[in-house]
Design a protein around this ligand. Structure first.
Ligand code: NAP
Length: 481
């Protein structure tokens, strides 16, 4: 079973830059390089094709299809015809182009990619359009639509014809990322990587190193991170490193879902085996799992899902992950613990501390949410957003304050660190302002990376039955940071 090809899209202000990027893409390991002649000021087919070491797709996209070509349709046709005549491995022509039929006819469809792009969404008549495109006789049909949800990618999945014809399906935008990372699962012959020349496109380096692109086939087991928005999480780097080290044919990808149902539908269709869950779906998916362990039931939230046949099992590894760096080092029983924030993470932290015998006090700007978390651990609401002086031994930042790029921000005034231990759940940067101020005041400090790694190690072990080698996930996370 071979993995799909990787096509790197290149552009540049002029032909010199485009040729340089073409050669860099070849050196990066591209199987195909897409030359975007519409994005250069001086498009020149001969120069584009000369001395190439990798097969190319010549594209000269019209403005009405998302491109930037400034010349006439006649000039575009001349460019694409010349590219075919000079031996380009492929040329890309839009289904809507008035000359598409003539160009296809001129070369009996050979080496032609017939494409359609919809930057607004998934057109209602997509299956009919693709049928018409397939019958036009081009070698390859390419369909790119803006995915507003994971579910939108399923309309691409339904276009597959079991390999009877050669196709490339792309979901554009953040929600379409799975189609870019998993072309074999969507029946695509290749996927495009590059410097964001299309919405949602990511670099070839990231696809290969972080997402195991070269190892993925249609049989590769799928795992992912469900949340919205996802930004650039460290979890794929950690989990994919663990799968690779274990020799498991599996990949972990971002799954930016519009809601819990969106994820569940997608996961069913693609046979997703497991997922990490993050903001804002930890509570919603807890309510949807078929069985939850005791910890997640206590917290009222899951951060990990695993599929067993048609059922979803839920766990919360945040609780154990939070305790990991404290275990064996501190006696939590009787300790006065202040938790800053009252979101999903604060719930897990409060339960972890309370079940370990600490006296938990919750401080947050939203009194109702703070009261809910306090109730979870049978404590009275403090009614405050910061702890009073000399009231804590351990303080935990469970807010996002201080996360990159707000490097100077802290949820606590520097002079208020009058306890023993300060623990920040924020892991980017590794040393937050909160931790710097705490250290300056003489507190012991613990950063969020320890917890991130520990909860991920628990997830990986639950999914594949083996704990990653010590230090592996931390190293992958540090490299990504
Ligand atoms: P969440 O559910 O969105 O909750 C965030 C909490 O912080 C809420 O109480 C929120 O208050 C409060 N908050 C946000 N901005 C604030 C501000 N400017 N001033 C005062 N309070 C503010 O998020 P979460 O899932 O609990 O995550 C919280 C942090 O922990 C994130 O940075 C996350 O990355 C980190 N985390 C780390 C790990 C790890 O493994 N290290 C695990 C989980 C979470 P409102 O309710 O009023 O908005």
């Amino acid at each position: 079973m071979s993995s799909p090809l990787l096509c790197i899209t290149v552009a540049g202000p002029d032909m010199t830059a485009l040729r340089r990027h073409r050669d860099e893409a070849a050196a990066q390991g591209a199987d195909l390089v897409e030359l975007r002649l519409d994005l250069v000021a001086d498009p020149d087919v001969t120069a584009a094709l000369a001395d190439r070491s990798t097969p190319v797709i010549v594209t000269c996209r019209a403005p009405w299809e998302g491109g930037q070509f400034k010349g006439s349709e006649e000039e575009r046709l001349r460019i694409l015809t010349a590219a075919l005549a000079q031996g380009a491995e492929y040329v890309d022509v839009e289904f809507k182009a008035g000359f598409a039929g003539a160009l296809i006819g001129s070369n009996r469809g050979r080496r032609i990619v017939l494409s359609m792009h919809d930057f607004d969404g998934v057109p209602g008549d997509l299956p009919e359009r693709v049928r018409a495109m397939r019958s036009a006789g081009a070698d390859v049909v390419k369909v790119a639509v803006q995915a507003q949800s994971l579910f939108d990618n399923l309309s691409l999945l339904e276009l597959g014809d079991g390999g009877a014809s050669r196709c490339v399906f792309v979901g554009m935008g953040p929600c379409g990322l799975p189609t870019r990372l998993l072309p074999a699962h969507f029946g695509s012959e290749w996927s495009y990587a590059g410097d964001a020349h299309a919405p949602g496109q990511i670099s070839a380096d990231c696809m290969i190193k972080e997402f195991r692109y070269r190892e993925n086939t249609e049989r590769t087991a799928l795992y992912g991170l469900v949340g919205y928005p996802l930004g650039h999480s460290l979890s794929p780097a950690m989990h994919n490193a663990a799968f690779r080290a274990a020799g498991v044919d599996a990949v972990y990808v971002p799954l930016p879902a519009a809601n819990a149902d969106d994820f569940l539908e997608f996961a069913k269709a693609l046979h997703v085996r497991g997922a990490s869950v993050t903001i804002p779906y930890k509570v919603d998916l807890f309510k949807r799992v078929d069985a939850a362990d005791q910890v997640s039931t206590q917290v009222g939230a899951v951060n990990t899902l695993k599929r067993r046949q048609t059922k979803w099992l839920g766990r919360n590894t945040d609780v154990n992950g939070f305790l990991a760096p404290l275990r064996g080092r501190h006696q939590l029983r009787g300790m006065r613990a202040a938790v800053l924030g009252a979101g999903g993470a604060a719930r897990g932290v409060a339960v972890a501390l309370s079940t370990s015998g600490a006296e938990v006090s919750v401080y947050a700007r939203n009194p109702d949410r703070a009261a809910e978390v306090s109730k979870l651990v049978n404590r009275k609401p403090t009614g405050r957003d910061l702890p009073p002086p000399k009231s804590w031994d351990l303080i935990v930042n469970a807010t996002p304050i201080g996360t990159f790029p707000d490097l100077g921000a802290s949820p606590m005034p520097a002079e208020a660190f009058d306890g023993r231990i300060a623990y920040d759940l924020v892991y980017n940067p590794a040393e937050t302002q909160f931790l710097k101020d705490a250290a300056a005041a003489g507190c012991e400090t613990i950063g969020g990376l320890d917890m991130l790694v520990a909860q991920a190690e628990d997830q990986s072990e639950w999914w594949i039955g083996r704990r990653p080698p010590a230090g592996l996930m931390r190293e992958a996370a540090m490299a990504r940071l």
